[in-house]
Design a protein around this ligand. Structure first.
Ligand code: ATP
Ligand code: MG
Length: 581
């Protein structure tokens, strides 16, 4: 309150002038509130026919009819609606209701433009608080200065003009959450945009909330299978992990995320896809793809497209995270994709520059690191005591010409538990997914890999690293000795084996059998172009004739030496029956 202000004046608005007794009562009220006598001026106003409105500095006490209605409405909103017996409850609430002298802060817009409003007179507004402008436009406090605040607007700023009034709401930004959102496409404020009608929310969660503490967490030890061969075998992801997908534009970043979502169909994992600054048409396409592959009913799409105001793009990932937290707190596993955080950082930069914050490296504001760390820290695996739910985050970052040392990529690499690095050269050479084995890493996922996969993948990474080295080394060599040529062919075969079509996630047994077979050099002598066909045939044969082996791998996740030997023998026999030249 303005108690530091010595020149406090009170203005009383009403249609009819107050009588002596009322003036004495107002004087006493002011003295009680502010601890001293405050000069009171009466101003005749037709706007308050049935009551008084008292303004002291930026505090407002509303005893007018409109104000009392508003208070009554606020009380009624809180009435529980249980059992459908609303009428008696309403009656009771209304008869018990007495108007309060409610302090309400009202400020004034001093300037507005580019989705940013500067407001004066709201001394007590806090960072992140939602403000209500004329015509119901909402905004969020983003910048607090000595005598004014900067506020970003969520809707069109046309109805907000210089001099229009602003009210505090006392609430921070939040989104509705609940099971009703599954299968839906919503905007950054949780409003459906798919034309399928209203969504019944189970609650309301703040967009920004603290990450779970260390005590509330437990180590990552359960795999989150993506169904993508090169990732599950070499850079496994665990539930609760944050794994960055990074690469130039058009290198299949989104494709990896979408495939991982499709692979959760029967894995009891809810998926949330947050589209930031993308074309609406791409989002529609993703929705249709998910639907076609049966993944939409366990997914939510949160979208703030390129045409949405920067503030909406800015809060979209936090809104998606709040929705994920709702499920995590209920003990469920959630996979959330932020596509992509480069565009998110750009939206935040636009917003910060408009708010007059000083630009730092690459013109981003100084707190852009904190922007992403507070988002990604919210991914966690909760301890069993509080339900054991998890949020696995797959943030996506776009690089320029493969430069991972730019500001945003280095920031996010340091916040996440590893990265899948996608490379244009590989992509255009037909090696898709274009995972660069040398630069990709998963720092915690190894613990989460099933024993079978770990054992089967064995030396794959090292073999591939050797192959790459040798490939560079022998690039210009004209005659190779047999051993070198054999090793090159082996490496080439492995690379070909890792190629995978979109929307074709591979099961555990498929990956384990392929790995065991390939690392035992079973494919020796098979021309590279026949590798894919050979593997497909082999897996079909295993599934048809040795379904017990497939089932054993899927259900136990264990690969003992006997099983390994058995698989190798069956594969060798299959290979021997085929002629290649
Ligand atoms: P952007 O930078 O535009 O967001 P991106 O890196 O997300 O691009 P995608 O949109 O996922 O890339 O993929 C680019 C193109 O490559 C798409 O047409 C997609 O169908 C194709 N593609 C991606 N992965 C594969 C794959 N494994 N096999 C074949 N085609 C693929
Ligand atoms: Mg993409």
């Amino acid at each position: 309150m303005n108690d530091t202000n010595n020149n406090l004046e009170a203005k009383l608005y009403s249609k009819v002038s107050p009588d002596e007794k009322q003036l004495v009562r107002f004087g006493r009220f002011l003295k009680n509130k502010y601890g001293k006598d405050i000069p009171l001026e009466w101003i005749s106003s037709d706007a308050f026919p049935g009551g008084f409105r008292l303004e002291v500095g930026s505090d407002i006490y509303d005893w007018s009819v409109g104000g009392r209605f508003r208070q009554l409405r606020d009380t009624l909103v809180k009435v529980p609606t249980a059992n459908g017996n609303i009428i008696p409850l309403l009656k009771e609430t209304i008869s018990n209701w007495t108007p309060e002298a409610m302090a309400e802060q009202v400020g004034e817009v001093t300037s507005v433009g580019d989705g940013i409003a500067t407001v004066s007179g709201l001394d007590l507004a806090t960072y992140g608080e939602i403000l209500l402008f004329a015509d119901g436009v909402r905004g969020m406090v983003q910048d607090i200065r000595v005598d004014e605040i900067g506020c970003v607007l969520f809707n069109d700023d046309e109805s907000v003009t210089e001099g229009s009034s602003v009210r505090r709401t006392g609430k921070t930004a939040g989104v509705p959450v609940g099971e009703g959102f599954l299968g839906r496409v919503v905007d950054a404020l949780g409003v459906p945009v798919d034309g399928l009608g209203d969504i019944e929310a189970a609650g309301y969660m703040p967009v920004e909330s603290p990450a779970p503490s260390i005590i509330d967490r437990q180590p990552v030890d359960t795999p989150l299978e993506t169904g993508i061969f090169s990732i599950d075998s070499m850079f496994p992801i665990g539930r609760g992990q944050r794994e960055l997908i990074i690469g130039d534009r058009q290198t299949g970043k989104t494709a990896i995320a979408v495939d991982a979502m499709i692979n959760q169909n029967d894995k009891n994992c809810i998926c949330i896809y947050v589209a930031i600054g993308q074309k609406t048409s791409s989002v529609v396409q993703i929705q249709q793809t998910l639907k076609k592959h049966g993944a939409m009913d366990h997914s939510i799409i949160v979208t703030a497209s390129a045409s949405d105001p920067a503030p909406l793009q800015y809060i979209a990932p936090y809104a998606g995270c709040a929705m994920a937290e709702y499920f995590m707190n209920k003990g469920k596993d959630v996979l959330i994709v932020y596509d992509d955080l480069s565009k998110h950082a750009v939206a935040y930069r636009a917003l910060s520059l408009l708010l007059d914050r000083s630009p730092g490296r690459e013109a981003y504001p100084g707190d852009v690191f904190y922007l992403h760390s507070r988002l990604l820290e919210r991914a966690a695996r909760l301890s069993d005591k509080i339900g054991g739910g998890s949020i696995t985050a797959l943030p996506i970052v776009e690089t320029q010409a493969g430069d991972v040392s730019a500001y945003i990529p280095t920031n996010i690499i340091s916040i996440t538990d590893g990265q899948i690095f996608l490379e244009s050269d590989l992509f255009f050479a037909g090696q898709r997914p274009a995972v660069n084995v040398g630069l990709s890493v998963s720092r915690v996922g190894g613990d989460a890999q099933t024993k079978a996969m770990k054992k089967a993948a064995g030396t794959l990474r090292i073999d591939l690293a050797q192959y790459r080295e040798m490939e560079v080394f022998t690039q210009f060599a004209s005659d190779l000795d047999d051993q070198t040529r054999e090793q090159l062919e082996y490496g080439e075969g492995l690379m070909r084996m890792l190629r995978q079509k979109q929307y074709h996630p591979k099961t555990q047994h498929e990956q384990v059998i392929t790995l065991v077979m390939a690392l035992a050099h079973t494919m020796k002598g098979i021309p590279v172009d026949d590798v894919t066909e050979f593997i497909e045939g082999l897996i079909t044969m295993f599934e048809e004739e040795h379904s017990d082996i497939c089932h054993k791998i899927d259900s136990t996740g264990i690969l003992d030496d006997d099983l390994r030997k058995e698989i190798t023998e069956i594969a060798a026999k299959y290979r021997a029956e085929r002629q290649y030249n």
